[in-house]
Design a protein around this ligand. Structure first.
Ligand SMILES: Nc1nc2c(c(CN[C@H]3C=C[C@H](O)[C@@H]3O)cn2[C@@H]2O[C@H](COP(=O)(O)O)[C@@H](O)[C@H]2O)c(=O)[nH]1
Length: 341
């Protein structure tokens, strides 16, 4: 079966035909101008992944790569039904929500002596053991616990059968190519196969597969097995936060009908036309922002292709969305319950 187009080709195709979501070239250029002075900061750097996030591993070891694989296998659907009833995980005196609640739960399990990052453990974990590891410190459990149990068993089994139980083995097989690692992940781990059909054409987003490659690059600090000559070929990771911040920054726009559905809290299905347009236009919009950022530096005689790519732009925008929750509260995010993002 032929592979679908890459996420970037898919994004170009979707953005060119999208009806309810539009990308503003002018808006993207303005965001690039606003980000110009941020590029030299830690928030826009590979080092920021460890420096700015206390829950991420400090080490650049095989164990740290195993941590990244486990977390990115579970890196989906944290949004709460109601904003005032959230799953929270307390760890070392801080209560974490959303994605960070997952990281806190993993670190809590490791501190309790549970070998949660070991494939031979999570390949045969029971649902009750998963419930215990991911338990919330409020009455609200983490969403999709049963799905998390299924993808843990599935991914652990594949890792044991095909890669000797170590994701670092898979990384080494990619021979420093991000695209090859992306293909190895999508071909071998079904839960990472984040694809859809748009106007009768197959499209791909590969959000968790791409962030897995990016987080592997980050945890290994871009060196050794974690050096990827083609890291700039990755796109941003089409989750439910990036679209929200792009609309907030006026680089992307929703039709009135779509805005109304989002504000009413409509639950979309993975693969719905509006959902595919939101995700595809987000990827395309960020490709434009990267292009304009590089051009702004080029005009100053600076080649910034090693400091500006979709991964670093994504991390920056995602962290920005986290830090500007209040300001962004009038921009709804799209609600889908799925294992892809
Ligand atoms: N595009 C993009 N989506 C990302 C991330 C991350 C975590 N990455 C961090 C780790 C190291 C880096 O430095 C990043 O700071 C999680 N997500 C997605 O967000 C959603 C959760 O949101 P909330 O409910 O607010 O916690 C959910 O779909 C989850 O899959 C990212 O980086 N980019």
């Amino acid at each position: 079966m032929e592979a679908p187009p890459t996420p970037l080709e898919s994004a170009r195709f979707i953005a060119g035909r999208s009806r309810d979501v539009s990308v503003s070239e002018e808006g993207a250029r303005r965001v690039a101008e606003a980000l110009f002075d941020k590029v030299p900061s830690a928030a826009f750097s590979l080092a920021g992944w460890k420096q700015l996030h206390e829950l991420n591993p400090r080490a650049a070891s095989e164990e740290a790569v195993s941590w990244v694989f486990l977390v990115d296998t579970l890196n989906f659907s944290f949004w709460p039904e109601r904003d005032d009833q959230k799953c929270l995980v307390k760890y070392k005196g801080t209560a974490y929500s959303g994605y960070w609640a997952l990281c806190a739960a993993v670190n809590r399990a490791l501190d309790e002596g549970i070998p949660i990052t070991s494939a031979s453990y999570y390949a045969t974990m029971t649902l009750d053991q998963v419930r215990h590891v991911l338990r919330s410190d409020t009455e609200v459990p983490m969403p999709l616990i049963e799905e998390r149990h299924r993808v843990l068993n599935e991914s652990g089994t594949v890792l044991l059968e095909k890669f000797g139980g170590s994701f670092l083995t898979c990384v080494k097989m990619s021979e420093n190519s991000a695209q090859k690692l992306l293909r190895l992940v999508v071909e071998n781990f079904p839960s990472y196969r984040d694809e859809a059909v748009f106007e009768e054409k197959k499209v791909s987003f590969y959000k968790r597969a791409q962030i897995l490659v990016a987080d592997t690059w980050s945890v290994l600090e871009g060196k050794g097995d974690g050096f990827f000559g083609d890291i700039s070929s990755l796109t941003i990771f089409a989750d439910y936060r990036i679209p929200q911040v792009l609309v907030h920054l006026k680089a992307m726009k929703y039709s009135e009908e779509l805005m109304k559905k989002l504000q009413e809290g409509t639950i979309f299905q993975s693969g719905d036309k509006e959902e595919v347009e939101i995700r595809g236009c987000s990827i395309w919009c960020c490709a434009l922002i990267c292009k304009h950022l590089l051009e702004l530096y080029e005009k100053k005689g600076q080649d910034m292709r090693d400091q500006i790519n979709a991964v670093l732009l994504d991390y920056y925008l995602w962290d920005y969305a986290r830090d500007h929750r209040e300001e962004m509260k009038d921009i709804p995010f799209h609600r889908v319950r799925c294992i892809y993002y």
